[in-house]
Design a binder for this molecule. Structure first.
Ligand SMILES: NC(=O)C1=CN([C@@H]2O[C@H](COP(=O)(O)OP(=O)(O)OC[C@H]3O[C@@H](n4cnc5c(N)ncnc54)[C@H](O)[C@@H]3O)[C@@H](O)[C@H]2O)C=CC1
Ligand SMILES: O=C(O)C(=O)Cc1ccc(O)cc1
Length: 311
């Protein structure tokens, strides 16, 4: 996979990325590769991360403070764990420029919008976003410029948001290769609860259950994990801070979906107990059709692409 060449003219003057892990460093790489801004500025509160980004050479400038990072920035994208968004908003709020776009990449939207609205002055535009693309890895070395290629990025502009600002943010994500959709933060949080958050919880749970089984040894679990369990272990290796924050910030939707999930799981348990093979067969047939339509829509390769080589 390769990115398109640099734009003939940058979309903005200064783009600042705060939080330089997997997602932030991927944005930096894509922004430099496509020259989305005259200047791409980076900041992370953890000094070793700033030094690493400097050494990797994936920003035009690494700022030493939040104030230095956002002063004069046209667009600021916050790429920190969801639970840290409010604190970063507080750090940058007094220093953002009038008319600046303040966005983020958090996996949960309603709580982030609320946290930022309380910290960012009205003369800037808060437009939350979520690239639905990632891996189980973290940190600045894990990022890659093509992460967002052909992936969705969901914008959740608040009612009455400045159209020009939303359009510009959409252009930025499209230039990084993403397909952009807009929806309300509440709808986003419900949709992502079923498609991403609860699946991660299930993975954490099943790997935890396996680890706690006294009757099966750890080495047996590792040795025979070639089955479905292996894919769960990849997901369950995802960053603990990030996922703790996702669940604490999308409680309502996650609890709603978990309620439905546990009801359906009990129905399956019952079908197995009472040897209702037809019920099992009917469900497995319907779920196979869902997988096939995802592949037909070109959103997934037939074989898992986990651990694919990056640029
Ligand atoms: N990992 C994934 O696959 C995806 C993650 N996201 C979202 O992106 C955000 C970032 O996730 P990752 O890049 O995976 O995390 P990461 O753990 O790789 O990087 C987060 C960075 O934020 C920095 N940070 C934390 N608090 C800070 C603060 N107060 N001020 C400045 N820097 C701070 C950390 O030092 C770290 O370098 C999260 O909100 C997550 O929900 C969205 C899509 C996919
Ligand atoms: O690694 C995976 O399979 C993911 O699901 C990555 C991911 C994690 C969190 C998001 O908000 C979006 C994508």
């Amino acid at each position: 996979m390769v990115l398109d060449p640099p734009l003939p003219k940058p979309l903005v003057g200064r783009l600042t990325v705060i939080g330089l892990g997997l997602i932030g460093s991927s944005i930096l790489r894509a922004a430099l590769a496509r020259r989305l801004a005259d200047e791409v500025v980076a900041y992370d509160h953890f000094e070793p991360v700033r030094s690493r980004v400097e050494a990797l050479g994936i920003a035009d400038r690494v700022a030493a403070t939040p104030e230095e990072a956002v002063t004069g920035a046209d667009v600021v994208i916050l790429c920190v764990p969801v639970g840290a968004m409010g604190a970063v908003g507080e750090d940058i709020g007094p220093h953002v420029a009038p008319g600046a776009i303040i966005s983020d990449v958090g996996s949960v939207k309603a709580s982030v919008a609320k946290a930022l609205a309380g910290q960012i002055p009205d003369y800037a535009h808060v437009i939350p976003a979520h690239p639905v693309a990632g891996t189980e890895y973290s940190g600045p070395d894990a990022g890659f410029a093509t992460l967002f290629q052909n992936r969705w990025c969901i914008l959740t502009p608040p009612e009455g948001a400045d159209e020009g600002a939303v359009d510009l943010l959409e252009e930025i994500w499209a230039a990084m290769g993403a397909n952009v959709e807009r929806m309300s933060a509440e709808r986003h949080d419900l949709v992502l609860a079923i498609t991403s958050h609860v699946p991660h919880l299930i993975a954490y749970n099943i790997v935890g259950t396996a680890a706690d089984l006294e009757t099966v040894t750890q080495s047996e679990v590792i040795k025979y994990s070639a089955g479905g369990f292996r894919d769960f272990t990849r997901i369950a290796a995802s960053d603990p801070t990030m996922w703790r924050d996702v669940f604490l910030n999308n409680r309502e939707a996650v609890i709603e979906v978990l309620g439905r999930f546990t009801e359906d799981l009990f129905a399956l348990q019952r079908a197995i107990r009472w040897e209702q093979g037809d019920a099992l067969f009917e469900l497995f047939t319907r779920t196979r059709a869902i997988r096939r339509s995802i592949i037909e829509q070109g959103q997934e390769t037939a074989a898992p692409d986990f651990g694919r080589a990056h640029d």
